[in-house]
Design a protein around this ligand. Structure first.
Ligand code: NAP
Length: 253
């Protein structure tokens, strides 16, 4: 599998979960992948090691998103990592994946929590994309990870879902803006995906969550990572501005 040979990719939040599976798949296709993380350096190193063990190329980049100077920190590390390995700073593929959830009742959402959700989940992806475009050659790929919760109600996540509604707008407007450069911009919306958090160790909880998908199971991260890898490939060159439902049929109702 070498569909992405010679390409470079940044996957935000790829130390764990969907981001990690995406990074691993892009690397398996031949891309050099920047594995971004916030604080779990060990998890990021594990992802890099797994990629290398499978014959791929990757390096870790640290940056806390949602704080002042976040994009400068991220791109400082990214550009030096790319330069060291490729001699340049071209970035072909951006996956805006890192995000945080809310998990509180609508009555409990504070202005501080709301601001943090917006900063990490909506503001950071916008400015990461803006900066990435200065490095992205024609024909590049941008994939923003949204959520089925922009189409499926969960009151505990109203503020989170508002940020995902915002991030979906990137595909519509940037797709139009970047079409002349052959750059595609799409949204991928996962449903419930086993990201290793403790709830996935509770069989009754997993069984209940599995009922939401028409396939009767929760997603594994690679179920989503494979969709992202398709959108990153040349095979998806004619898809832009799209909302891709990767929820295993959860949105069918
Ligand atoms: P996850 O397992 O919770 O991992 C989150 C990743 O984002 C980690 O790499 C983490 O880095 C990074 N991150 C978190 N906050 C950050 C911050 N402030 N600055 C920089 N990096 C930060 O994630 P996931 O569940 O796989 O979700 C991935 C994406 O899919 C998200 O956009 C999420 O909204 C979306 N999604 C997930 C599900 C699901 O059921 N899992 C469903 C729908 C949509 P550290 O390891 O350093 O903490």
């Amino acid at each position: 599998m070498t569909k992405l040979a010679g390409k470079t990719a940044l996957v935000t939040g790829s130390s764990r979960g969907i981001g990690r599976a995406t990074a691993e798949r892009l690397a398996r296709e031949g891309a050099l992948v920047a594995v971004h993380y916030a604080s779990r350096a060990e998890a990021a190193q594990e992802t890099v090691a797994a990629i290398e063990a499978a014959g791929g190329k990757a390096f870790a980049v640290q940056a806390e998103l949602g704080v002042a100077g976040d994009v400068d920190t991220l791109f400082g590390a990214l550009e030096s990592g790319l330069k060291e390995r490729t001699g340049g700073t071209a970035l072909d593929i951006l996956v805006n994946n890192a995000a945080i959830m809310g998990g509180v009742a609508p009555e409990e959402v504070t202005p501080e929590l709301f601001d943090r959700l917006v900063a990490v989940n909506a503001k950071a992806p916008f400015f990461i994309l803006q900066r990435a475009l200065t490095l992205m050659p024609d024909g590049g790929r941008v994939i923003n990870i949204s959520s089925g919760l922009t189409r499926f109600a969960n009151p505990q996540e109203v503020a989170y879902s508002m940020t995902k509604g915002a991030v979906e707008q990137l595909a519509l407007h940037f797709a139009k803006h970047l079409g002349p450069r052959g750059i595609t911009v799409n949204s991928v919306a996962p449903g419930i995906t086993n990201n290793g958090s403790p709830v996935f160790d509770i069989p009754e909880a997993v069984e209940q969550m599995a009922q939401m998908s028409t396939f009767g199971r929760v997603a594994e991260p690679r179920d989503v990572g494979d969709v992202v890898a398709f959108l990153a490939s040349d095979d998806a060159r004619w898809i832009t501005g799209a909302f891709i439902d990767a929820s295993g049929g959860t949105l069918l109702g």
